[in-house]
Design a protein around this ligand. Structure first.
Ligand code: IPE
Ligand code: IPE
Ligand code: MG
Length: 245
């Protein structure tokens, strides 16, 4: 039986988040520049999005550029920003006609103007869609987001709009850049690294983690199905005992 047929359609994660890692190493293995790896990585995004949508995933969050990635060589950063602008502009019609709604999380103000504009226009164009929500984490880090939420909450309290005693985890979630999205049930990291690199730290409190050694440009439909099957084999206890489930 192929992998797709093994997936239980009643238990597909509603939200999958992916740390797309390994583009540089993939390119190096081919004797190419790192940027080539990033551009081939776009094909994995396309394939993963289609596969996710077909099995009924409603939210797909992709870590595309972290706040720490600004520390890379300028040529790579420029290449990545260019690739982002070109990709969004090339794909927006297709995204729109297939019912994808585009969102972004992260500090948009820190992105180059061209990126901000392309992103804003694509988000606007696709805003009536709801087959699947594609959330790009750009200039994102969890600590940036948590710090910002803390500041927003402190300001509201200082203005007398919020009683500190009313601060609970729901309120904190509502001040995150992910306020409109449910927490991910499944987080995937490619390239054999076992770390979170400042991604969604608040939201993944009870997320199932799937690590694979596949480098992102090699990540295909079947790899997504493997991750979903791994997820479906887990017992999610949320602090309880098996018998209570
Ligand atoms: C992930 O691939 C893409 C980004 C971080 C933008 P990398 O560029 O980190 O590739 P490796 O990890 O160096 O192989
Ligand atoms: C995490 O990958 C960020 C993205 C995938 C955008 P990195 O390659 O930047 O992470 P580290 O440096 O290996 O932790
Ligand atoms: Mg990396």
């Amino acid at each position: 039986m192929n992998l797709l047929d093994q997936i239980n359609r009643e238990n597909v994660p509603g939200h999958i988040a992916i740390i797309m890692d390994g583009n540089g190493r993939w390119a190096k293995k081919q004797g190419q520049e790192r940027l080539y790896g990033h551009s081939i990585g776009v094909e994995s995004v396309r394939e993963t999005l289609t596969a996710a949508k077909n099995i009924g995933v409603k939210y797909l969050t992709l870590y595309a550029f972290s706040t720490e990635n600004w520390n890379r060589p300028k040529a790579e950063i420029d290449g990545l920003m260019n690739l982002l602008v070109r990709t969004i502009s090339n794909e927006v019609d297709e995204l729109n006609s297939s019912g994808v709604r585009l969102h972004s999380i992260g500090d948009r103000d820190g992105l180059p103007q061209e990126c901000r504009e392309e992103l804003a226009s694509a988000m606007q164009r696709t805003s009536h869609n709801d087959s699947i929500h594609l959330i790009l984490a750009l200039n994102y880090s969890a600590r940036w987001e948590i710090t910002r939420a803390a500041r927003l909450i402190a300001e509201a309290a200082q203005q007398g709009e919020l009683d500190p005693a009313a601060i609970d985890d729901e309120l904190i979630s509502s001040r995150m850049s992910t306020a409109d999205f449910p927490d991910p049930e499944l987080l995937i990291r490619t390239s054999g690294e076992y770390r979170l690199s400042n991604f969604l730290l608040w939201q993944i409190a009870y997320t199932e983690l799937h690590f694979t050694s596949v480098l992102w440009p090699d990540f295909k439909e079947e790899d997504l199905y493997k991750a979903v099957l791994d997820y479906q084999s887990r017992e999610r206890r949320f602090g309880m005992v098996s018998e209570q489930l």
